[in-house]
Design a protein around this ligand. Structure first.
Ligand code: V4E
Length: 208
């Protein structure tokens, strides 16, 4: 994946027959993987309250954050930048924390010096299906007992978001998904269960 990509996604609850429906639609199983995620923030929840999600995924730093002003007018789908270049991650994190960017040489260094601690850690068994239309479907089973599906389209810039949403909604319809409400993701479920104060703060701020 590019160091900077825009991800448009819609979450859904899946059933055993979802995989059959996917295969009927021509989906191919591309990956069957195990992902280890560790998420970091400071004691004031400054990053996550700004909708910035700094994580170490399988040993590599990643930052998921909104591409600009968050726009919730599209319903349950959301779009986030996924940044993987360390210098870009440092730049964004420093902006949110009000730190001088040039002082940090690596994300690990910044994490340690800025008092960012792990607040969530879990392992996900993920099956990734790709469809002829180019959409991806992830079927996730997290080790703390939560499972969730996600239809995902990667776009190169924000002007292509509407088109991606149309693709996602058309596939959702074919899979028989009728939900229009927001489906709790793995992070919602994890924080609700293990970090209720953090969860409450994010709910009050309308981040989750
Ligand atoms: C909680 C959160 C983010 C962290 C990553 O969450 P999620 O995309 O659910 O995890 P995962 O493992 O599927 O990541 P992927 O492999 O797709 O990169 S990023 C944004 N949020 C907040 C958020 C939100 N406000 N609304 C919804 C529907 N989901 C997440």
């Amino acid at each position: 994946m590019d160091s900077l990509s825009l991800e448009v996604e819609r979450k859904f609850f899946f059933k055993p027959e979802t995989e059959l429906k996917l295969r009927d639609l021509g989906a191919e199983l591309k990956r069957d993987q195990r992902i280890c995620d560790r998420y970091f923030d400071n004691e004031h929840f400054q990053l996550t309250l700004a909708d910035h999600w700094l994580r170490m995924r399988d040993g590599y730093w990643e930052l998921k954050c909104p591409p600009g002003k968050i726009d919730n007018s599209f319903g349950p789908a959301t779009h986030y930048l996924e940044i993987t270049q360390e210098e870009d991650i440092i730049c964004r994190v420093c902006k949110v924390l009000g730190l001088i960017q040039t002082a940090w040489i690596s994300v690990a260094d910044l994490v340690q010096s800025a008092g960012l601690d792990e607040f969530a850690s879990f392992v996900t068994e993920r099956k990734v299906y790709t469809l002829p239309c180019g959409s991806h479907v992830d079927l996730d089973k997290a080790d703390f007992g939560y499972q969730i599906g996600e239809i995902e389209v990667l776009v190169s810039d924000v002007s292509k978001t509407d088109n991606a949403l149309e693709k996602i909604n058309s596939l959702a319809e074919k899979l028989g998904l009728t939900n229009t409400e927001r489906i709790p993701g793995k992070m919602d479920a994890f924080l609700m269960q293990f970090r209720p104060l953090h969860y409450k703060k994010l709910q009050e701020a309308h981040i989750l």
